[in-house]
Design a protein. Structure first.
Length: 135
C-alpha cells in the first residue's frame, strides 16, 4: 500500500512540490548566509518526492539555534511552501482517490513551517513512534 501511495503521490504532488523546494533551495544558496536554509530545502525536496514510509522526528540536541533558524525559515520559505501544500491538499481532496494525498499535504504543511532541528527517518525507526509526523 505504501508503494502505491508513493507512486500516486509522486505524480500528483511530489514532483511539483520537489521542484518548488529545489527552486527555493537554489535561490537560498546564492547568498552564503542562507546556504543552511538552501540545504534544508533540498532535504525536504527529497522527502516530498517519496514521503510514505518515512517520518520527521526532532533531532536530539537541536535547541535554541534551530528555533531561531525556524523563525527566519518561516519568513523566507516556510509560509510560501506551507501555502503550496495547503492549496495542493485542498485540490487533491476534491476526489475520493486524492483524499489520502491531500491529508499528506496537510501534514507536510506543518513540516514546511518549521523543518530545522528535525531529521527524516524510516517509520520503522523507534523514534518515529514517539509522536513524530509520519506518513
Amino acid at each position: 500500500m505504501r508503494t502505491l501511495l508513493n507512486l500516486l503521490w509522486f505524480f500528483f504532488s511530489g514532483v511539483w512540490l520537489a521542484i518548488g523546494y529545489a527552486v527555493a533551495g537554489v535561490i537560498l544558496c546564492l547568498l552564503i548566509i542562507t546556504i543552511p536554509f538552501g540545504v534544508a530545502c533540498f532535504r525536504l525536496a527529497g522527502f516530498v518526492i517519496w514521503p510514505f514510509g518515512r517520518s520527521l522526528v526532532p533531532k536530539p540536541g537541536a535547541g535554541a539555534p534551530s528555533a531561531v533558524a525556524n523563525v527566519i525559515w518561516f519568513v523566507l520559505v516556510g509560509l510560501w511552501m506551507a501555502l503550496a501544500h495547503l492549496v495542493l491538499g485542498l485540490v487533491l481532496c476534491l476526489t475520493i482517490i486524492g483524499i489520502p494525498l491531500g491529508l499528506g499535504n496537510f501534514k507536510l504543511a506543518a513540516v514546511a513551517i518549521a523543518p530545522l532541528g528535525k531529521e527524516i527517518v524510516p517509520t520503522s525507526d523507534p523514534r518515529a513512534q514517539l509522536g513524530a509526523i509520519s506518513f
